[in-house]
Ligand binder design. Structure first.
Ligand SMILES: [Zn+2]
Length: 383
């Protein structure tokens, strides 16, 4: 059965990626705690949209993971921004839309099919009257947009973005609630699906049977805790590829610091909520100087972060095209974003990958902020 959902709004908004405004509900709660190894670990990693049951049936073209969504292209949007809005990659969109012959030329009003990792939200038109002292970059974060997006939404009526006049009325297209088909089902149905989800988890868990340790990588990686280094065969294979690619790019460099994956066979491990199915990997940022030799997650600042090498490592993960998301502290994201932008990464790709600069609360892109990811980043592979 094929069910698609047509965009509800024929919005005339000019620019891309008015992605989800709301932070997942668990973002506001939770905390971090010191574990027995003396570093911060996330204890409240979120359940992402794609793991949640929806009102509409999952679609076969989305591997039965979520309903299919049809995004209506708005003025000024590019494919990278559309991908970022839904937490997917441009090549996912191209695979689902063979009719797009030139990825750099998509037409306003055209439908783009997407299997959204970040669920679609209803776009709402808002007017903002500029007050004294307000800047576009502040407003961008306030509304979960980028400056370019806001400028595009003014359709040429904002001649100089650096000189915002007090009292000027800005038209903003912001995200409201979830599109109905992607909202959680009514309570009775929800219970039934929740049980089914539990079953699925056990199935994944039983496959976390391969340890990165078994690959005998001692000169390339440091494994923090051998008993928590078990992943699916696919995860461990991808990790091996990532490490090889990274080492090939940077040459002689500190070992890649691998934190928790899963325990053998999967299942709950303290203090994590995820890391149950052999698909999550905690990875240390690459640090400069003597800090680069550390064997635990600790003390990452903008002073000791080795930005070029960390970007090379993150890029090696992204290049597998098998990453569902990466949780990374917003400030460190900014450092990588600025480095990537200054070294030839196109706006299309930046919009596809980074949540930055839309604010740490915006559910957008592959690399997203989550609390307690200052001393390591968390990679979730696709199953
Ligand atoms: Zn983690």
């Amino acid at each position: 059965m094929r069910i698609g959902f047509i965009g509800l709004l024929t919005c005339r908004c000019s620019l891309a990626a008015l992605a989800a405004l709301a932070v997942p509900s668990s973002a506001a709660a939770g905390a971090s705690k010191q574990d027995t190894h003396g570093h911060d670990e996330a204890i409240d990693e979120p359940v992402v949209d794609a793991d949640r049951p929806t009102r509409a049936a999952p679609h076969a073209d989305c591997d039965l993971r979520m309903p299919l969504w049809e995004h209506k292209v708005a003025r000024g949007e590019h494919l990278g921004g559309i991908a970022g809005r839904y937490g997917v990659r441009r090549r996912d969109l191209l695979a689902l839309n063979p009719s797009i012959s030139d990825p750099n030329l998509i037409k306003v009003g055209e439908s783009v099919r997407v299997c959204p990792e970040i669920f679609p939200r209803v776009r709402e038109r808002k007017t903002h009257v500029v007050a004294s002292g307000e800047t576009l970059s502040e407003l961008a974060v306030q509304y979960g947009l980028s400056v370019d997006e806001i400028v595009g939404m003014q359709e040429g009526k904002l001649s100089d973005p650096n000189r915002l006049g007090v009292g000027h009325e800005l038209v903003l297209w912001v995200d409201g609630g979830l599109v109905e088909a992607f909202a959680p089902p009514p309570p009775a149905k929800k219970k039934k699906k929740a049980r089914r989800r539990g079953g699925r988890k056990r199935k994944f868990g039983s496959r976390a049977g391969v340890s990165i340790k078994m690959r005998g990588d001692d000169d390339r990686v440091h494994i923090k805790r051998a008993h928590l280094s078990y992943g699916t065969a696919k995860t461990i294979g991808l990790l091996d590829r990532v490490v090889s690619q990274y080492r090939g790019k940077v040459g002689h460099a500190p070992k890649v610091l691998i934190g928790d994956i899963s325990k053998r066979g999967g299942g709950k491990i303290d203090p994590h909520l995820s890391h149950q199915t052999g698909r999550d990997v905690d990875v240390g940022y690459v640090l400069r100087g003597a800090d680069g030799k550390r064997t635990r997650f600790s003390g990452v600042t903008l002073d000791n972060l080795d930005v070029p090498r960390t970007w090379a490592l993150v890029k090696s993960f992204l290049d597998t095209h098998d990453v569902r998301y990466i949780f990374m502290d917003y400030k460190l994201q900014k450092a990588l974003y600025e480095y990537a932008a200054a070294h030839g990464t196109s706006e299309n790709v930046l919009d596809e990958i980074f949540q930055y600069p839309r604010g740490r609360g915006k559910n957008y892109g592959i690399i997203r902020h989550w609390r307690s990811h200052r001393n390591h980043f968390h990679v979730r592979f696709r199953s």
